[in-house]
Design a protein around this ligand. Sequence first.
Ligand SMILES: [Zn+2]
Length: 413
Amino acid sequence: MTAYATDAQKSAESDDDNRQTTDIQWFTGSPQTHRVARAIAQYGPIARTTLAQLLGVSQGALSRITSDLIYEGVIEELPDDATEQGKLPQGFTPKEPREKRGRPQTNLRLRAGERTFLGVNIHGSEVSIVAVDALCRPVGPCRTLTLESTKPQDVATLIGSAIQDYRRAITPSPVAVGLSFGGHAEDDRYVTYAPFLHWDGRVDAAGAIEQTGGLPTAVFNDLDSLLQYESWFGAGIGVRRFAVVTIGAGVGYSLAEDGMPVDYPDKSYGLAGHILVDPEGPRCYAGHTGCSQCLTNDSLAEEYSALVGHMVTFDQFAADAQEGTAQARQLLNRLCFRLGVLVSMVANFAMPSKVLISGESSFLAKMNQESIRSGINWYRPSQAATVDFEILDFSWESWAKAAAARAIARYIG
Ligand SMILES: [Zn+2]
């Protein structure tokens, strides 16, 4: 064990109360029971026979587990006449027909309304907060607060007081908080890298928010949270391997496999931030020509300023692109083509079944999907399958929801 890990352990031990609160789960059961609950959350409503086949457990064992989960109030049976069904994993075919003539299969689903969670996303100098049920569906409007200061204690005070408000207002009262930000978190608790917040060293962000908000809190990287949300509740349900590429203030990339973000210690450090996407593109601050930094808002503002001959902001470029002025369209086409090149690299190297595009400027990508496709095809062998990409509807609410998804995943276990 490294000295660093020992330090982490010591600090965790010195904070026993907080550790206990963070480890709260919906129920106590064997790893197999948690696995069943997880599968029902992801793929429900789902029939017992399908679930048994999917998880490779016997019908008898599965029945015992689902009875326990029904007794604990975690899952419930749908009425016999309910036809609602979840999405099954990619490539999975149920052995028996999902509905038998004369003997309808009773589907199981999570009792989503029994619990609520709070999702918090920090972005720039703003914090978005949303309350969701156990299937990550909002139970109220998203709130956005402005950070007067980005000092850890001030951030914790602001978020903590908002959590207190939600605890009074939401029924049932929230059981856990998931917080996401652009940077690196360890043990779902300590922030060790937060370039946008300018925090130094190792900050026990979860501990500080638990103290002010009074609820078990876990802290995550924002892209990991998004992957978790899409795997369990969104566009990645049942997809074996998928990637997310984000554009906005920075360029992000992450990969999920079998419903979980791929674990890699350096992945929060912007690994896809300086990949060559256009040999004739603009020069980045690090001196590269045409690297993926040209997809960022600042770089687009600079490139657009050069095109129109005077200084303009990113927002002005976006407005002109929406209006369809010739120069803005020209840059929009370039942006989408370059984004396509990045997507093709992700597709060629990581071999995902699907690439999702998100981020605060992904609305621009929606305006010219044809150029994205051209960019992908430029670097994709013609024999290879067409890259399946999807541009998600972006909002800070969806990122706050994603933070809650990770809290839900921990709570279900
Ligand atoms: Zn660069």
